[in-house]
Structures are given as C-alpha cells and as structure tokens.
Write a protein that binds this ligand. Structure first.
Ligand code: G3P
Length: 215
C-alpha cells in the first residue's frame, strides 16, 4: 500500500519524506488556501516545489467545472512536472475530461467520489486513481470503509487498472482498515501518519530498556 500525504504544507511534506515512507502527495483547493497560496503563478510554483521534495505522484486539482476549462487547466498542470496527476471532480464534465486526458496520456485522479457507481465511471473513463472520501461518509453516518471494500472488489472483478486512493482519512484505524480492504493508496494528514508510530507499550518498553542498559 502506498502512503501519500494530504497537504500542501511544504514542511510537513518534507518531514514525511524524511521519515522515508512517503510515496506521493495529494492537494486540493482547500488545502492550498489553508497555506495562503494565492494567484495562478504562485499556485503553479507551489506544485513544482512539492514535486521537488517527493519522488512520487503529486495530485493538483482543477477548479473549472466545464469540459473546456478542465482540459485547459489540466493540460497546464500536467506540463508543470512529470509527477503531476490532474485531479478532476466526479461530475459529468469531469468524466468526459478524464477520458480526454487518458487518451492524451495525462494521468488523472478522480476526486469527490462517494459511491461505487461513481468509482465504476471513473475507472471506465481511465482515471489513474479514484479518491473515495471515507471520513466524509463516516461524518454522515455512512460506512466509508465498506465503500473501499466494495470498490476494491469491483475493480478486481473486472481488472480495472485504476488505483483506489482512500482519501479523507481521519485516524489510524482508517489506515489499517483501508490496508485490510486492499486500498492501493491512503492519503493522510501529517498527524495521522505520525500517530501510526504511537503505542504506550512501545514507550514503556523503551523506557525500561534504556533504564536497564544503564545498570
Ligand atoms: O484530499 C481530499 C480529502 O482527503 C479531504 O479530506 O478531511 O477534508 O474530508 P477531508
């Protein structure tokens, strides 16, 4: 399973990269705004800065919702760096644009996916990744992890090559449950990656080893 970090914060990306477990980055317009990155030139430069920190795929999201606009933005993003994956929303114009990008050899991440039916459409259009938002489903009392199981099974049944990228991860249990379900990728906030390190028995065990080593 690949580990992506879900942030546009360069220090967090660098810290996760330095841990040696990072395979890529996902961003979205909200995460870019959170970092205060404004203006087309700064936004484009920021994506290149991210690509220069990590070796893997970096998802950069379009903000147009019409086919021509999505294509224009996506082509500009894809030209920035070979690691860029164009993130496109699961809407009718988005699916058409994913098919267009697929035929042009531009890789896409279909975002804002909340059902297996949407995931089938994304795969049929040729998306490189599909991003089911599991935390947001849990928020409305639906079962985000069950959706990951369902999509993984469907893609397996038909040998769809689209990778299941579990997004909207809120805690470490989401990560381990996604791993059990067979998700190809989890994209996590920095803190959730760090939380994976934690166990009280590790802390107490280490304290005892260090104390005993002094004896
Ligand atoms: O990358 C998008 C996704 O991970 C959003 O997460 O926490 O805003 O639901 P969240």
């Amino acid at each position: 399973m690949k580990f992506f970090i879900d942030t546009a914060n360069l220090s967090q990306i660098k810290e996760a990269h330095d841990l040696g477990v990072l395979d890529g980055v996902t961003t979205n317009p909200s995460l870019m705004a959170k970092e205060g990155i404004k203006g087309q030139e700064n936004i484009m430069k920021h994506y290149v800065d991210i690509c220069n920190i990590v070796k893997g795929d970096v998802s950069a999201e379009v903000i147009s919702v019409d086919f021509d606009g999505i294509v224009r933005e996506g082509e500009a993003l894809a030209k920035l760096h070979p690691q860029i994956v164009v993130k496109v929303p699961m809407i009718k114009e988005g699916v058409k644009a994913i098919r267009y990008f697929t035929e042009k050899g531009i890789r896409t991440n279909c975002t804002l996916v909340f059902s297996a039916g949407q995931a089938i459409l994304a795969a049929k259009a040729g998306a490189a990744y599909v991003s089911p938002f599991i935390g947001r489903l849990d928020d409305i009392n639906e079962d985000g992890i069950a959706l990951i199981h369902q999509i993984v099974k469907i893609y397996h049944n038909y040998n769809f090559r689209t990778q299941v990228l579990a997004a909207s991860i809120r805690h470490t249990l989401h990560i381990t449950k996604c791993a059990e379900a067979g998700a190809d990728v989890v994209t996590c906030p920095h803190q959730v990656i760090l939380d994976l390190l934690k166990h009280p028995l590790t802390d107490s065990g280490l304290a005892k080893f260090l104390a005993d080593a002094k004896k």
